[in-house]
Design a protein around this ligand. Structure first.
Ligand code: G4P
Length: 525
């Protein structure tokens, strides 16, 4: 009975991320989905960004200020008998590392594309990560209420640039001011365009795919044109192939307008039908952990401090990979084989938090953390040790020296640095010779967020001195001689005390290697 309950619960889970280039409409579509789930009651909070009320998924102060989503947020809701977990990902390229890790915690991805812009750089980058993992991707081509590129052109670009088969589930009838609706190939109907305040309106199609009886749309030339295009897709396009979809080789494509909530529900319904339930996960020892296994297991893919300034806390985000979670359960932390009790947990309904008592594989839970967790940690119940495969990590490329402006306030400075560094978006190093703190990141914006949060959350004003781009290379401690360090290759140690050089450029790295041919330099985090 217990087992059946677990199988049933796991099967209901749909855990996905929405990926897109900034401004394609990810926040808007997320909001519409939350609306269907009854989580938010008012659409258009994104539009209200400027007027001072903000999207639920935009948590932090800095996001409000800059109008971008900086951190991944998790939202859970029930819809059509399914339990949906959406993992929001920051679109800004400086935050791609966080995004990459988030993509390790999902079973599928929804790719939002701006119909006027097509495939943009960040879409491409994120798509590659999904492709590498072979996760199913569903495409939503957005902003059909605006003039954009020809649908055929967009679908061709999708196939050519991303190297994936596209299968249009529906096809727009016009665009911009001339948008009449979508020709729904999959559901064999036409969905007439209406503004968000009106009820849905469908027109049935006959066996030949034409409108039954009289209808004003039949008189429009765009209708005939769409019939021709749909015919062409049937003859020359790909066949719908669920196997290819589930292995990420084919993407179902939907058209719509997130802003006017047009085509979003049609998308969601089809998506839920074909999106996979929770996946298996591979361990470092090559064992497969199945979601319906009895033992509980999961991994930490993100740590965030002070999600809510009123709470002053740190949360470790855990993707459950198998079994069920119950509040108060005892687990092992794989790193260091430490036993711990999970008594303080939360689930995510955007910015409202509820204490969580029960969750199963596929769900994302938040564990209040007092410094026990690191990104990539595995936790498990049961006797057999489980350690999931490593999460992708990126070596920092730009660096700054950081000091507290007010030397009297060292305590809050150190506390802030310590906590923010543990979240994993920035790396902390200490200079061997001077003891200076050096921060490393993949993108400049991460430093700005750091500075802002230090001030806002820890009341510590920091001074950052840019050091520019560097190449970080680790060295075996027993090969180290402090004399090797020059102004071109600063010697620092990481948080684990491991020594590394920050080379000015490739030239200085080569110079070093020529001078010390026996010294092994490695690129890692
Ligand atoms: P993002 O999270 O992917 O970055 O995009 P977001 O949802 O914030 O949307 C970016 C802009 O595009 C917003 O305009 C939003 O209203 C608009 N948008 C989203 N979906 C649609 C759509 O279907 N049709 C149209 N016409 N617009 C859409 P904004 O609030 O004016 O912000 P901004 O672009 O001035 O920053």
């Amino acid at each position: 009975m217990e087992k059946e309950k677990l199988i049933d619960a796991v099967d209901k889970r749909k855990t996905f991320a929405i990926i897109s280039h900034p401004d394609a409409g990810k926040t808007t579509i997320t909001e519409q989905l939350l609306l269907f789930g009854g989580v938010v009651r008012k659409a258009g909070t994104v539009k209200a960004k400027k007027s001072g009320s903000f999207a639920k998924s935009d948590w932090m102060e800095i996001e409000k200020k800059r109008g971008i989503s900086v951190t991944s947020s998790v939202m859970q809701f029930d819809y059509a008998g399914k339990r949906i977990n959406i993992l929001d990902t920051p679109g800004h390229e400086d935050f791609s590392e966080d995004t990459y890790r988030t993509l390790m915690a999902v079973d599928s991805a929804v790719m939002v594309i701006d119909s006027a812009k097509g495939i943009e750089p960040q879409t491409k980058k994120l798509f590659q990560v999904c492709k590498m993992r072979g996760i199913p991707i569903f495409t939503f081509i957005n902003k059909m209420d605006r003039d954009g590129r020809e649908p055929l052109d967009l679908v061709t670009e999708l196939e050519d640039v991303l190297g994936i088969q596209a299968y249009p589930m529906n096809w727009p009838i016009g665009m911009g001011k001339g948008l009449k609706g979508i020709y729904d190939i999959f559901n064999k109907r036409i969905e007439l365009y209406r503004r968000e305040d009106k009820a849905e309106s469908f027109v049935k199609l006959d066996g030949n795919g034409e409108i039954i009886g009289k209808h004003p749309l039949k008189e429009e030339s765009i209708y005939q044109q769409v019939l021709g295009e749909v015919e062409l897709l049937k003859d020359a396009g790909n066949n719908f192939d669920t196997k290819k979809i589930s292995s990420g080789k084919q993407t179902p494509v939907f058209f719509g307008s997130a802003l006017t909530n047009f085509g979003v529900k049609t998308f969601l319904d089809a998506y839920l039908q074909f999106a996979p339930s929770p996946n298996e996960h591979r361990t470092e020892t090559n064992d497969i952990v199945k979601p319906v296994d009895d033992v509980f297991s999961g991994f930490v893919f993100k740590i965030q401090a002070n999600m809510n300034p009123n709470h002053r806390d740190r949360i470790a985000f855990v993707r459950i990979c198998s079994g069920k979670f119950e509040r108060g359960m005892d687990v092992m932390l794989a790193r260091g084989s430490k036993k711990m009790r999970l008594s303080n947990s939360t689930q995510f309904m955007a910015d409202t938090r509820e204490t969580l008592d029960y969750a199963v594989a596929g769900d994302i839970i938040g564990l209040y953390d007092t410094g026990n967790f690191q990104i990539g940690d595995t936790i498990y119940s049961g006797k057999k040790a489980i350690q999931f495969e490593k999460l992708p990590q990126f070596t920092p490329e730009i660096f700054v020296k950081v000091t507290a402006k007010n030397v009297m306030k060292q305590k809050s400075f150190h506390k802030g640095i310590d906590q923010l560094v543990q979240e994993g978006a920035i790396q902390l190093y200490k200079s061997y010779s001077t003891g200076d703190y050096v921060l490393g990141a993949v993108g400049q914006l991460q430093f700005e967020v750091f500075q802002f949060r230090m001030l806002n959350e820890y009341h510590s004003e920091v001074v950052m001195t840019p050091m520019g781009k560097k190449i970080a290379r680790w060295i075996e401690p027993d090969q180290l001689d402090e004399k090797m360090s020059t102004s071109r290759n600063l010697l620092v140690k990481d948080r684990q005390g491991q020594p590394l050089f920050l080379f000015e450029n490739e030239f200085s790295e080569r110079w070093f290697q020529d001078k010390y041919p026996d010294v092994k330099l490695t690129a890692k985090l």
